[in-house]
Design a protein around this ligand. Structure first.
Ligand code: SDX
Length: 438
């Protein structure tokens, strides 16, 4: 096993340790580089830079593998529930029946939102985007609940995690009801996590919501597939903000803000808008593919491509199956699914997409599942955020427990002006060769 890498600078050689992961992936440890050589590395977007060592999620971008705590996501999507998967990610083991009951009771006990928070909702402009509301409300939770101190006991830590997992789901449904001007539906102790969410979203005094177990299962799968994804943009944001030892709510709020971006979690909403655009322009994907290939056109094919997966995103495969299953159950067709199929069929044969290893990612089919469940388009990324919460929590927990923990503070290479003097305002804008007063 290779143990070190040799770096030669100005004829001087340095040995850098090589770290090997449990699946054989290797990294050059540069934590002593600047001290030993005076140089730093440069890697815009961190495509080649590992920020941490982690035990939570393993991805193999070439083989399209995704495992949470070693368990393939395919098995979890088939056999597990979102609550059980959340427990697995946070605690690094599948719960016993007793553990699961205890965790579910804790989620139920902390599912209500402080009544004073309703005033916050009522004062948001009606057109406010649900992701902006969610990020603000999660940050606001700190005003109502204690933050975790370094010596907080295990019970309080678990309650804080359960509080976030449960209240974020309630906040999302509340936000939707209030945006409609409808009566808020409270969580029920009789319903599971996912069924509770659907009931809070769609139950009404004039039209009771009938829980369809097929839709509940589709939502379980949707949230399991989104639960974690190693050091993606929003998780990296949670770790970076969390590294300043800020409270968990603020760190999670930062993750929600990062996820909002259309290049990240906001892509699920952008995919449906793109599919609608293709459908409205007659259904032919070719013009959109040619725009995606055009370097002078900022348009990108939403739901395609990935920083890590250079093959089919394993989650997209499962999501595609879930689309078919849920529409069959509902005996419904979604014209956008036909558009998505046609687009995928054309793209995977297109040399540009083949050369750039661009395949469908998790966001390409997920919007079709959400449409079938009845989730409004502007809440699609909120659904992603609820799913990703266990991942953010587990990654935050791992980072603050890491003995190698450090404040995240990247370096830079400066390309700006060399030293120059201040010019009093009366001398500015004159002949540039005029010497400023020193
Ligand atoms: C998520 O990181 C995660 O794990 C994220 C996520 C998670 O679970 O947390 O998986 C969730 O964010 C999925 C991705 C959702 N975003 C989209 O679907 C938006 C569309 N996709 C892209 O913009 C893009 O593919 C990214 C942002 C996802 C990844 O881009 P990279 O790795 O930064 O690659 P890049 O932008 O440097 O592109 C490399 C090349 C470029 O062409 P060249 O200049 O090299 O010729 O590929 C091209 C890009 O122009 N390219 C695309 C494209 N994606 C990349 N061209 C057209 N359409 C696209 N979708």
């Amino acid at each position: 096993m290779v143990k070190t890498a040799k770096l030669v600078i100005d004829g001087r050689s340095y040995e850098l340790p090589i770290v090997t992961g449990s699946e054989g992936e290797m990294a050059i440890d540069i934590s002593g580089l600047r001290k030993n050589t005076g140089l730093i590395t440069l890697d815009p977007g961190y495509a080649n830079t590992g920020s941490c060592e982690s035990n939570i999620t393993f991805m193999d971008g070439e083989k399209g593998i995704l495992r949470y705590r070693g368990i393939p996501v395919e098995q979890l999507a088939e056999h597990s529930t979102f609550v059980e998967t959340a427990y697995l990610l946070i605690n690094d083991e599948l719960p016993t029946r007793k553990d699961l009951t205890r965790f579910s009771v804790m989620l139920n006990d902390h599912s209500l939102v402080h009544e004073d928070m309703r005033a916050f909702f009522e004062n948001f402009p009606k057109r406010a985007h649900p992701m902006g509301i969610l990020s603000s409300m999660v940050n606001a939770l700190r005003a109502f609940y204690p933050e975790l101190r370094e010596r907080t006991d295990e019970e309080e830590i678990n309650i804080t995690f359960a509080r976030l997992l449960s209240k974020v789901r309630t906040l999302a449904a509340m936000s939707y009801k209030i945006s409609l001007g409808h009566k808020v539906v409270y969580p029920s102790h009789k319903l599971s996590y996912c069924a509770n969410f659907l009931n809070m979203m769609f139950d009404s005094p004039v039209r009771p919501y009938i829980i369809d177990q097929e839709l509940v299962k589709a939502l379980e799968v949707f949230w399991i597939l989104h639960a974690d994804h190693e050091q993606n943009c929003s998780t990296a944001a949670v770790r970076l903000v969390g590294s300043a030892r800020v409270n968990l709510y603020a760190a999670i709020s930062a993750g929600i803000s990062a996820l909002w971006g259309p290049l990240h979690g906001g892509a699920n909403q952008a995919v449906v808008e793109m599919l609608k655009g293709i459908s409205d322009s007659g259904g032919d994907p070719a013009p959109f593919l040619s725009r995606a290939r055009d370097k002078n056109d900022p348009f990108r094919l939403m739901g395609f491509g990935h920083r890590v997966y250079k093959t089919y995103d394993p989650r997209a495969r499962i999501m595609k199956k879930t689309c078919n299953k849920i529409l069959k159950t509902l005996k419904r067709k979604d014209p956008l699914l036909d558009v998505a199929w046609r687009l995928e069929e054309a793209a995977v044969k297109d040399p540009y997409f083949i050369d750039h290893n661009l395949y469908p990612n998790v966001d390409f089919y997920s919007g079709i599942v959400l449409r079938a469940i009845g989730i409004p388009l502007d809440m699609f990324t909120v659904m992603f955020a609820i799913g990703r919460l266990p991942g953010w929590i587990s990654q935050w927990k791992e980072s603050i427990e890491d003995p190698k923990w450090k404040l995240h503070r990247p370096r830079q290479i400066y390309l700006g002006s060399r030293e120059k003097n201040y010019i009093p305002i009366e001398d500015r804008g004159k002949d540039p060769t005029s010497k400023p007063r020193s």
